[in-house]
Design a protein around this ligand. Structure first.
Ligand SMILES: [Zn+2]
Ligand SMILES: [Zn+2]
Length: 329
């Protein structure tokens, strides 16, 4: 008997159970010699499916929906940005006192509110939800507001840096990014990491660029660190401590700081920017780490010691080195 032309019709509940097993069923239908052996195969598939997703867990009970509507009415529908077709994933908006919009993504469990929902948001700190079976979306939203309110100072600091300086990295900072690489000059930049809990304190700083420019700046940073004044802005403090003015969009073009790699002639190579700089003051040519490594590796004049390759700058032939450690990651 040929079963390959047979079609299987089922009720919605059975359909849901067999979701993801369609190809197996089709295959079994072709291979089975008679209807009885196919039914036995179907039984086995169903048993596996039920074991993997019990029916009671795949669809919430009816009271889930009435509860959800009740909670949304209390919270206000204007806070809802998005809800999926299963009514389980919600995106809610919240505004901090500086007028920034934030989005909280909530995945409700079938046993909501008995079981805590899963939440995620674009924050520099984890969102630790306090939830009891009596909790509601309204309380969840209030907790989120408290968290973003506690971070307004952190975002104020970063917004000022983003607006008044040229940021080389990250390309498009998100609200969770705590690090900024700020352009100081041609091939010189500073990487600062702002602490979300203490945003006005001296951030972690790392100067990047050619040695002859970086060394005097590093010395100033060390010598003036004690002048840091938590009452004035982080940007102002950085300028005072380093004794510089950061180039800003008001005074400079970004192209002055985003010099292309001298080997591949591009600025961005995947996420990397050219951050290996020739230390010769008359050259100062930047390269991508990967490009410089690949370039030096094949030259007979280069030598390698542990994770460092020593060679000559492709532009000025002065000695240049590149570390390989970060390349393998
Ligand atoms: Zn390159
Ligand atoms: Zn050079």
């Amino acid at each position: 008997m040929d079963l390959s032309l047979y079609r299987l019709h089922c009720c919605w509940k059975l359909k849901q159970l067999l979701q993801g097993y369609e190809h197996i069923l089709k295959q079994r239908l072709h291979q089975s010699t008679d209807l009885v052996s196919f039914i036995l195969e179907l039984k086995t598939v169903l048993e596996v499916s039920i074991k993997n997703h019990p029916v009671s867990d795949s669809i919430p009970p009816p009271q889930y929906y009435s509860q959800l509507i009740l909670e949304m009415e209390t919270l206000g529908w204007d806070k809802l940005l998005f809800i999926d077709t299963q009514f389980q994933m919600l995106k809610m908006k919240a505004e901090d006192s500086s007028g920034r919009q934030h989005i909280l993504t909530i995945n409700l469990k079938n046993k909501h509110p008995a079981e805590a929902p899963e939440c995620s948001a674009d924050l520099p700190v984890p969102f630790l939800l306090k939830w009891t079976p009596q909790s509601s979306l309204n309380q969840l939203h209030s907790q989120f507001l408290l968290v973003i309110e506690a971070l307004t100072e952190f975002w104020d600091v970063l917004d000022e840096i983003d607006a008044k300086t040229w940021i080389l990295e990250p390309e498009k900072p998100s609200r969770s990014d705590t690090v900024r690489r700020i352009a100081i000059g041609n091939n010189v930049s500073i990487k600062v990491e702002v602490d979300p809990r203490h945003p006005k304190m001296l951030p972690e700083c790392c100067l990047l660029g050619a040695e002859h420019v970086v060394t005097p700046l590093r010395n100033k940073l060390n010598a003036n660190m004690h002048l840091w004044n938590a009452d004035s802005g982080v940007l102002q403090n950085l300028q005072d401590v380093l004794e510089i003015e950061f180039p800003s969009p008001a005074t400079h073009e970004k192209s002055m700081f985003s010099v292309d790699c001298g080997i591949c002639y591009a600025y961005r190579l995947e996420a990397a920017i050219p951050d290996q700089v020739c230390n010769d003051p008359r050259c100062g040519q930047p390269f991508h780490q990967v490009c410089l490594y690949e370039w030096l590796r094949v030259l007979p004049a280069s030598r390698q010691s542990f994770n460092t390759v020593f060679g000559e700058c492709p532009y000025c032939s002065k000695p240049i080195t590149v570390k390989m450690a970060a390349l393998q990651s």
